[in-house]
Design a protein around this ligand. Structure first.
Ligand code: SF4
Ligand code: ZN
Length: 419
């Protein structure tokens, strides 16, 4: 990769060459998010005369006020105005924050939405990096890369806990509205799915295919978002895929998708299934909001979100799981997926669907409670929510099995998952 230093007025080098760079423990100056503090991102459309182009405001202490090794909460709030801008474009702009912050030498960005994680190196601080530079980068790159739709960009960076919490609550309402835009759609109802190859810089053979009933595993892109992204940028990372002949309706496999994925992965992936984690699941990259895993003794599956740092019944914590399978391969027995996908109707339906879910972290379960209850009822098991174990019941298969038996969890009477 060639280092492409555009005219972006920050003290650090900037460009795609720095995207894959890590900030390891010994190099770390300070961090936010990653389960230690709250770190949230939100892009919102604004009225042309309500914002000031290029304004970057830090509300609260800056990184220079922190001691080495410190943590701080962060809310990145970007407002965009443009004659051609639509609120449908907000998620697309928001997802750019990931690679744009990664382009800054010495700064690392992981995740998205309300589970972001930013690590800042000592080297960057020595060069003079401050939080304002995040705003400078977003302003400059949004203009450069999206000049068709962007006229004004204003960035506010919140670093006081109460402000970040308030912004996070607003952000979650926005995420919910966006997620629900595909709620009434079905995979059968469209002929076209969309690819997403935005993550190939980290996971070269990874190709997300986003269908109405399978949102991108990062949770940031659903079918509507990919469609809008293709409209803005017809040669970009979200291409329409004619799904073509259905090769397996139960597991969710289409000829057109296979052909696309084969090409887009440069021959590394020949096929995958949308609705199974047991048989040739979709590929997974490191951004996934959750990772589901097979629990053979329980004849079911578990899933764990990025924001849960404890042990899980599959024997691996989220970070270990993401490390093992986030490289862009299809790993039978595991699959990365978004939080929202858990209650979408096609979620691992080829393996039995949500009725296979035997363990989730309490926090994730509570977050999705309303939707899990509704989906359980829809699938004929009204009490499903209370049958799903969490870490208060146990974090090994042996610990949770008696609970599942006592509750009469449906997975125990389903067809065996392991051949
Ligand atoms: Fe795109 Fe998938 Fe990466 Fe999300 S995880 S940005 S949908 S490739
Ligand atoms: Zn990714």
């Amino acid at each position: 990769l060639k280092v492409q230093v555009a005219e972006i007025d920050i003290p650090c080098a900037f460009g795609p060459a720095y995207e894959g760079e890590r900030v390891r423990g010994a190099d770390l100056y300070a961090q936010c998010g990653g389960g230690k503090t709250q770190c949230t991102e939100l892009v919102k459309m604004a009225d042309m005369n309500k914002i000031e182009d290029g304004k970057v405001e830090i509300v609260g202490p800056d990184i220079t006020d922190l001691k080495e090794g410190g943590t701080f909460p962060l809310g990145i709030f970007v407002q965009i105005a443009g004659r051609e801008f639509q609120d449908d474009f907000e998620p697309i702009m928001e997802r750019q924050i990931h690679h744009l912050i990664n382009y800054i030498q010495g700064i690392m960005h992981i995740g998205q939405r309300d589970i972001s994680w930013v690590r800042i190196s000592k080297a960057a601080i020595e060069k003079g990096f401050t939080l304002k530079d995040i705003g400078v980068v977003l302003h400059a790159k949004f203009h450069q890369d999206f000049n068709k739709i962007v006229d004004k960009v204003q960035v506010t960076l919140y670093t006081k806990k109460e402000d970040v919490d308030k912004m996070t609550a607003t952000a979650r309402e926005n995420y919910k509205t966006r997620d629900e835009r595909v709620d009434k759609m079905t995979d059968e109802g469209v002929e076209t799915f969309y690819s997403c190859t935005l993550c190939q810089s980290f996971a070269p053979s990874h190709v997300c295919t986003v269908s109405p009933e399978r949102t991108g595993l990062c949770g940031a892109y659903n079918w509507m978002d990919c469609k809008a992204s293709y409209e803005i940028n017809p040669t970009g990372p979200n291409q329409p895929i004619e799904k073509g002949e259905c090769l397996d309706p139960k597991l969710g496999q289409w000829k057109g998708v296979n052909e696309f994925v084969y090409k887009a992965s440069r021959g590394a992936v020949t096929h995958y299934n949308f609705y199974s984690l047991v048989i040739d699941p979709m590929t997974t990259c490191g951004c996934c909001e959750c990772i589901a895993a097979l629990l053979p003794s329980c004849n079911g599956v578990m899933t764990v979100g990025r924001d849960y740092s404890g042990e899980t019944p599959c024997g691996m914590k989220f970070t270990t799981l993401a490390g093992v399978m986030g490289g862009g391969a299809s790993s039978p027995g595991f699959v990365g997926h978004s939080k929202f996908n858990i209650t979408q109707k096609k979620f691992i339906l080829g393996d039995g669907g949500l009725l296979r879910m035997v363990w989730m972290p309490k926090m994730l379960k509570e977050e999705l409670k309303e939707r899990i209850v509704a989906r359980g009822e829809e699938m004929g098991v009204p009490g499903l929510f209370d049958m799903i174990a969490d870490e208060t019941v146990g974090t090994t298969e042996e610990e949770i099995l008696p609970f599942l038996q006592e509750k009469g969890h449906p997975a125990l009477n389903m067809e065996s998952l392991v051949g």
